[in-house]
Design a protein around this ligand. Structure first.
Ligand SMILES: NC(=O)C1=CN([C@@H]2O[C@H](COP(=O)(O)OP(=O)(O)OC[C@H]3O[C@@H](n4cnc5c(N)ncnc54)[C@H](OP(=O)(O)O)[C@@H]3O)[C@@H](O)[C@H]2O)C=CC1
Ligand SMILES: CC(C)(CO)C(=O)C(=O)O
Length: 296
């Protein structure tokens, strides 16, 4: 049975590891340098029903890349390339699956690993790190994978074990479109909540109505230019539904900024700005500058 190696043993990576091992899939965690020479304990996984389970996985370090059969990359967007560049011995036929938020990384990975099958995915599962080697699954969602390069097209069979473990996994030949749809939501909710220090649901307060609409229009216009066909009305409905469903959450960008960590803004708002060309995107630009000013 093929072993899944997860690069990025954080909230989402550990959650996927726990869900895969629950279905008896072999999983190894490719650990960052700070874990070297440390004891690697079992991971405590808190399921949606509050049940706690200890999950044992096989730890790996970068120099053990030669044995990797299938690589799920679940670091933050800005960590993907440095992390992959450490894997000098990664076999050229090992599929690399990128599951981070934001866009613009896959192109660089395709250049750095021209021979590997490359896939990208989007997931709406939620996960939170509650302590060292303790993660909580906060929401069950959908997961979609699709090919980034031609070799990636031969790996649709990876969906079966993923769907068994995650409850849902589907293939899309147009994964970029699904990434755009997720990015559009993140490009509105994340910088606004991060800059105003609010929970997602507070975006429905009347004081945010104008800025929310203007930002949504800017983001929608850029994605339309990129070929997406969702109408503004459909996008607003989807956006308002996500704000409602995640009302009590602090967005990932809010959390990163509040904890003094880098954010994924370059791959979310930065992606919108990069593709805006002559379209006016003043709110996007202002929020980008503000997040950067606050250290993100
Ligand atoms: N959490 C969630 O609910 C969701 C997250 N996402 C997206 O998934 C991605 C991961 O998110 P999340 O799990 O929350 O992030 P985390 O920061 O919790 O996890 C990232 C992990 O990557 C590890 N890492 C970084 N660099 C390396 C490296 N060079 N080698 C090995 N490991 C490395 C980090 O290790 P270390 O701790 O040592 O730095 C960390 O454990 C992000 O793009 C996020 O936006 C998408 C949907 C939902
Ligand atoms: C959907 C949303 C905005 C939920 O908080 C998210 O994906 C994030 O925080 O990054």
């Amino acid at each position: 049975m093929r072993e899944w190696t997860i690069l990025g043993a954080g909230a989402l990576g550990c959650t996927f590891a726990a869900l895969l091992t629950a279905k008896h899939r072999p999983v190894s965690l490719l650990l960052s340098e700070r874990h070297r020479r440390h004891f690697h304990p079992a991971l405590e996984f808190i399921a949606l029903n509050e049940r706690r389970r200890l999950v044992s996985t096989h730890p790996r370090h970068a120099e053990q890349a030669t044995g990797i059969e299938c690589l799920l990359v679940m670091t933050k967007a800005y960590q993907v390339l440095p992390a992959l560049n450490n894997l000098r011995g990664l076999p050229a036929d090992t599929p690399i699956i990128l599951l981070h938020n934001g866009m613009g990384v896959a192109e660089a990975v395709a250049r750095a690993f021209p021979h590997n099958p490359l896939l990208a995915g989007v997931t709406s599962h939620g996960a939170l790190k509650e302590g060292p080697w303790q993660v909580r699954h906060t929401g069950k969602g959908e997961t979609w994978l699709g090919p980034v390069n031609d070799k990636g097209r031969a790996f649709a069979h990876l969906l079966k074990p993923l769907a068994d473990a995650l409850g849902h996994a589907e293939w899309s030949e147009d994964i970029v479109s699904l990434q755009h749809r997720k990015l559009a939501i993140n490009a509105v909710i994340n910088p606004l909540t991060a800059c105003h220090h609010i929970r997602n649901g507070q975006l429905h307060e009347p004081r945010f109505a104008d800025v929310l609409n203007q930002l949504a229009e800017e983001v929608h216009a850029v994605l339309t230019r990129l070929g997406e066909t969702e109408t503004l009305a459909q996008f607003l409905r989807r956006l308002n539904s996500v704000i409602g469903l995640t009302a009590t959450n602090y967005s990932s960008m809010h959390q990163d900024l509040a904890h003094g960590r880098p954010t994924e803004i370059d791959y979310i708002t930065g992606y919108v700005l990069k593709h805006a060309e002559d379209l006016p995107v003043p709110v996007c630009r202002q929020l980008y500058n503000e997040v950067k000013k606050q250290g993100g």
